[in-house]
Design a binder for this molecule. Structure first.
Ligand SMILES: Nc1ncnc2c1ncn2[C@@H]1O[C@H](COP(=O)(O)OP(=O)(O)OP(=O)(O)O)[C@@H](O)[C@H]1O
Ligand SMILES: [Mg+2]
Length: 271
């Protein structure tokens, strides 16, 4: 199995908290296509919870259910002890859920700084009218947002490219900027859809370090979709395995690695 030799491993005394997200019996179909069938699992505060599975297994659909892009036909989602109803991405974001996408979703012509600033949109209280009326208040707010964005830029070590249009950056750095935009929203639950796809080993190691640092320094709970088994087994607290929209495994990395159904369905294939 591929492994990133010097990827940091988790400190043994990490404090995993209570369940903050509980998914029960989730089923989602698109016309005749059953993307998810009766999936149940939970996510605990502060953990790195990975979702793995072959292409088309339903991983991205699962993230889209969590952040309200798709509404499942069946099942119940409890977030911070409350059963969720009528979820949509905006509401999910206001509740502290941020995400990155499998295909980079950034404004390519805009600078790194401005792209990360878009992650602050929800936090901006002053609307256009107030901007015109209360210029001073709007200015103060703008300064605070810029400060937060600069903190994110420092954290991700991208100071030298802060003015560069995103479209001119190599792929690995664009992925890092997308993480920055999600972090600018100061999420409590961060959903990452293949943040290391298409990266070389060095870029993957950097991204791994940032994910671990986000989790460790900000206490952010992370749901991670990733195909690189070395990375997944190294940094995850628990792993859910999907195959053809069904859950075939769930547990700590060692349990999942040794689950025959998982080995047959996923680990045996060349991802
Ligand atoms: N918006 C949609 N409309 C129709 N079918 C969809 C839609 N989104 C996903 N599907 C289907 O649902 C199934 C699960 O897709 P999904 O993208 O969730 O898989 P995945 O595990 O993320 O795969 P990959 O590893 O390739 O990203 C697939 O059969 C896919 O074609
Ligand atoms: Mg996907």
């Amino acid at each position: 199995m591929a492994s990133l030799g010097d990827t940091q491993t988790q400190a043994p005394d990490r404090h995993i908290g209570d369940v903050i997200l509980d998914l029960q019996g989730i089923s989602l179909s698109f016309g005749g296509v059953k993307a998810l069938t009766n999936i149940s699992f939970d996510v605990r505060e502060h953990e790195i919870r990975s979702i793995i599975g072959p292409n088309g297994a339903g991983k991205s659909s699962m993230l889209n259910v969590i952040n309200g892009v798709y509404r499942p036909q069946e099942g119940e989602i409890t977030f911070h002890g409350k059963v969720r109803k009528d979820m949509d991405p905006h509401r999910a974001a206001t509740q502290g859920i941020a995400r990155t996408f499998q295909n980079i979703a950034l404004f390519k012509g805009m600078s790194v700084l401005d792209n990360i600033m878009t992650g602050r949109n929800l936090k901006m209280k002053c609307n256009l009218f107030e901007h015109a009326l209360y210029w001073g208040r709007a200015q103060k707010e703008e300064i605070e947002h810029r400060k937060k964005v600069e903190e994110v830029i420092d954290f991700l070590e991208i100071q030298s490219i802060r003015k560069t249009p995103v479209g001119r950056l190599p792929y690995g750095l664009q992925k890092r900027v997308e993480l920055g935009r999600a972090l600018a929203a100061e999420p409590t639950l961060l959903l990452l859809d293949e943040p290391m796809a298409g990266m070389n080993v060095e870029e993957k190691q950097d991204m791994c370090r940032f994910i671990l640092d986000v989790n460790d320094q900000f206490g952010t709970t992370i749901v991670l979709i990733e195909h690189d088994m070395g990375v997944v087994m190294d940094i995850s607290d628990r792993v859910v395995v999907l195959d053809y929209g069904k859950k075939i495994g769930d547990g700590v990395p060692d349990e999942v690695k040794n689950n025959p159904e998982v080995i047959a369905a996923y680990l045996g294939t060349s991802h």
